[in-house]
Design a protein around this ligand. Structure first.
Ligand SMILES: [Zn+2]
Length: 277
């Protein structure tokens, strides 16, 4: 595949083709895929009909570093993080992982057309059935930027080639705040050891004291436990998602789109307090 950014590359774990990939996750950083998209990774893991592919948009240069990585240069950190992401792809049996190699600043610059163009090229090459990215209420600017660039790229696709589903997922801010009726519930209960190992592969991050391996898995258990609905009785672990299809199918703005969810949440909290006062 030809990308605008010369630093971009695709790593295949086995078969050297993107044909047949059904589930595509577009994430900001190395490890975000394993934090937010475990449900589709697990669904594709042993499936004869679905195949997973990950995309990491940034280059990992700005990664936090401590312990044995403390004195690593940005260039060394990029190498470490690219390799860790490739290990995760092999372990999780992804078809491939594309690393687009953009500095965070380029992704956050809404006037830079290149990240959207490279995401668009991947989308039109793969034509995934299911697309996952960050939710646009995440508190990390680069995550929000990647979600916005992804939505812009999907909007550019001819209607008949667009994914059937586009879902925003949880990393730096869960979606527990959403009204229960607005939440999509994705089952993350399969292969519990794999769920943890995929996070521990990102050794440069986890060993620095940020226990993403415990936190991400713990959030999934908390989501399932504190979600009081009969239809999830069978799920012991789940990720919440937000349905981003209206952003693709209508011309609603991202700001207007998320404001509706936030106002429903505000009304629910306010209503309970009013009722009980
Ligand atoms: Zn991230």
């Amino acid at each position: 595949m030809k990308f605008v950014n010369p630093a971009a590359s695709v790593f295949f774990t086995d078969r050297q083709t993107l044909e047949g990939v059904t589930d595509l996750c577009i994430a900001a950083h190395q490890d975000d895929i394993e934090i937010m998209a475990y449900a589709p990774i697990a669904a594709c893991y042993d499936s004869g009909t679905r195949d997973f592919c990950g995309v990491v948009v940034t280059d990992g240069a700005g990664s936090p570093r401590s312990g044995e990585y403390k004195d690593y240069t940005d260039e060394q950190m990029k190498e470490v993080r690219i390799t860790e992401q490739q290990k995760a792809a092999r372990l999780g049996r992804y078809r491939a992982v594309a690393q687009l190699g953009y500095p965070s600043s380029a992704v956050k610059d809404g006037k830079n057309p290149d990240p959207v163009e490279d995401i668009y090229r991947l989308l039109t090459e793969i034509k995934p059935r299911y697309l996952y990215t960050h939710n646009i209420a995440d508190k990390h600017d680069t995550h929000v930027a990647v979600a916005l660039r992804t939505i812009a790229a999907v909007r550019r696709m001819p209607k008949e080639l667009r994914p059937e589903r586009v879902i925003g997922l949880e990393v730096w801010r869960g979606l527990d705040w959403m009204c229960d009726t607005d939440k999509l519930c994705l089952d993350t209960g399969a292969y519990p050891e794999l769920a943890t190992e995929l996070l521990q592969v990102h050794r440069s991050q986890v060993e620095g004291g940020k226990r993403y391996d415990l936190a991400a898995v713990g959030r999934r258990y908390a989501n399932a436990t504190f979600f009081a609905s009969h239809n999830t009785d069978s799920m012991s672990s789940l990720s919440f998602g937000i349905d981003l299809m209206p952003l693709v199918e209508t011309d609603i703005t991202p700001r207007g789109f998320i404001a509706e969810y936030i106002s429903r949440f505000a009304a629910e909290v306010d209503g309970a307090i009013e009722r009980l006062s």
